[in-house]
Design a binder for this molecule. Structure first.
Ligand SMILES: Cc1cc2nc3c(=O)[nH]c(=O)nc-3n(C[C@H](O)[C@H](O)[C@H](O)COP(=O)(O)OP(=O)(O)OC[C@H]3O[C@@H](n4cnc5c(N)ncnc54)[C@H](O)[C@@H]3O)c2cc1C
Length: 472
């Protein structure tokens, strides 16, 4: 653990802040202020500042640099399993009191403060008949998700979250507040869209909103494990002739009622029941043992995973990615490995392997160098999600996840060897834990330009927690 921050330094901080709430070790509320979505993301900060005004963010940043407080973290929704929104002995700027969302109904734009969650955006947007392109689990933060690209059920129609970001206001390391958009500081705006955690504290994001007709057709299908190959074949069909209004997610997990392994498919169609039923007719014909597909409000779709994605316990999130069509034999091998692991280690029972089936056409219409995000391609993403309680097993569980991740990487390499001439396909930054040794290509072709931007906007590397951009 890092040494405590000098008492005089803390006193100076308190005297300079105006309306922010401050938590120091040993003070009431300090322990709660450290809580993150995953216990693996929690660290003992030297001080936590919860601002409600931009001026206090500026003050805290300048104070930390003046007093040599090195480990500076920004907390948005707090979902980093690797602790990138936490600080070991240093400063956390915790935006959880800055979560206001406003709508401009004339321009159809939605502006969210940097500490808002997608629930705040989904519900405020819905009150005005609008939706923004956000994530599929509504308690994640707009901050981290947007700055790393971001996508969700509406991405088939409208692209990534960053493709719908119109502007952002950012406090830079030197304390200045700047606006970034295509017309103001466009170079910073470019960098924010895919590598954004490296440049400052984003105090608000303005997104394009879209008219969202409610309800939509969505829900959960559950299949016995013997249907795995059939389910994969059907999901491959959905990607072979994609529909921009539809998406699916396949989850290998243990049934919550303890009855054993189950294959869950979350289905989404942004349209009427008849069209949705047609889109998923192949899956429905496989006789699911669970079928909750129905017409529901769009904002409810982003709550469907909440019962499995609760706070607490130790967790890891490791990105995997595959070139469709996904080989059902490979999927079966992964499924068997995963279930064998859980049988051997019951503490891992709430874990899952999640495979996404997203129509990437709209996302790939944007040229790769138009934003900083390097993983804009037709590979599909997935997640190895492990959840356990015994902290003494952290390293072993991480090592096992890396083994599984390496199998996906090897499978991908067999499919992409001709096309990529030996280059790793960049990994989706939001699903990559920093220091991940299996897939290290995060910034791809955009790295050199990002290094130049880093030298301009954060030359002392103050913002260095999430896939830091090392200066040349
Ligand atoms: C349950 C779950 C579901 C997910 N679903 C999706 C999904 O559907 N689509 C998708 O694209 N991704 C998804 N993700 C990945 C998600 O985008 C990342 O985990 C994201 O970083 C979470 O952001 P956060 O603000 O909640 O986390 P935090 O831990 O608060 O932040 C993550 C990183 O972003 C930085 N950051 C956060 N806010 C700001 C800000 N305002 N200014 C500057 N830096 C900031 C932090 O410093 C940190 O380095 C999911 C993750 C989880 C855990």
């Amino acid at each position: 653990m890092a040494p405590p921050i000098d008492a005089a330094a803390l006193q100076a901080l308190r005297s300079r802040l105006t309306t922010a709430t401050v938590y120091e070790p040993g003070f009431d509320g300090y322990a709660d202020s450290l809580i993150r979505w995953s216990d693996t993301g929690m660290k003992y900060a030297g001080v936590v500042v919860q601002p409600i005004e931009v001026a206090d963010i500026q003050t805290a940043l300048l104070w930390a640099q003046e007093f040599g407080v090195a480990d500076i973290a920004t907390k948005g929704g707090g979902h980093s399993t690797a602790g990138t929104s936490s600080s070991d002995g240093g400063l956390v700027i915790d935006l959880s009191r800055m979560k206001e969302v406003t709508v401009d109904t004339n321009k159809k734009t939605i502006t969210a403060q940097g500490g808002a969650t997608w629930k705040d955006v989904d519900e405020t947007g819905a009150a005005h008949g609008l939706a923004a392109v956000g994530g599929t689990v509504n308690h994640t933060g707009v901050g981290g998700l947007t700055l790393g690209g971001g996508y969700g059920w509406l991405s088939g129609q409208y692209g990534l979250t960053i493709d719908n970001l119109l502007s952002a206001q950012v406090v830079l390391a030197d304390g200045t507040l700047v606006t970034a958009s295509t017309t103001e500081n466009p170079d910073l705006f470019w960098g924010l869209r895919g590598a954004g955690y490296n440049f400052g504290v984003v105090v608000n994001f303005t997104y394009q909103g879209y008219d969202q007709a409610d309800p939509v057709y969505a829900g959960i299908l559950g299949f016995m494990p013997d249907k795995l190959e059939g389910v994969m074949d059907q999901l491959n069909v959905t990607l072979a002739s994609p529909d921009a209004r539809s998406g699916a997610m396949c989850i290998f997990s243990q049934a919550p009622d303890g009855s054993g392994p189950i294959i869950v498919v979350i289905c989404f169609h942004n349209g009427p029941r008849e069209n949705g039923q047609k889109q998923f007719s192949g899956l429905l014909a496989l006789e699911p043992i669970l079928d909750t597909l129905d017409m529901v409000p769009y904002s409810v779709v982003n709550t469907l995973q909440n019962p499995q994605a609760t706070y607490g316990d130790r967790k890891l999130f490791k990105g995997i990615f595959y070139q469709p069509p996904l080989d059902p034999k490979f999927a079966r091998m992964i499924f068997n490995d995963f279930m064998a692991k859980i049988n051997a280690e019951p503490d891992l029972t709430p874990s899952a392997i999640i495979l996404e089936f997203t129509d990437m056409r709209k996302i790939c219409e944007v040229p790769l160098t138009e934003t900083a995000l390097a993983s804009r391609n037709f590979t599909q993403n997935g997640i190895i999600f492990l959840r356990w309680t015994d902290a003494s097993r952290d390293l072993e569980h991480r090592a096992w996840a890396r083994e599984i991740q390496a199998k996906w990487k090897a499978e991908l390499d067999t499919r992409t060897a001709d096309q990529e001439a030996g280059d790793d396909v960049p990994q989706y930054i939001n699903y990559a834990e920093p220091g991940d040794s299996v897939v290290s290509n995060i910034y791809g072709v955009n790295l050199a330009r990002l290094q130049g931007l880093k030298a301009k906007y954060d030359p002392n590397n103050v913002f260095n927690k999430m896939h830091p951009i090392l200066l040349k």
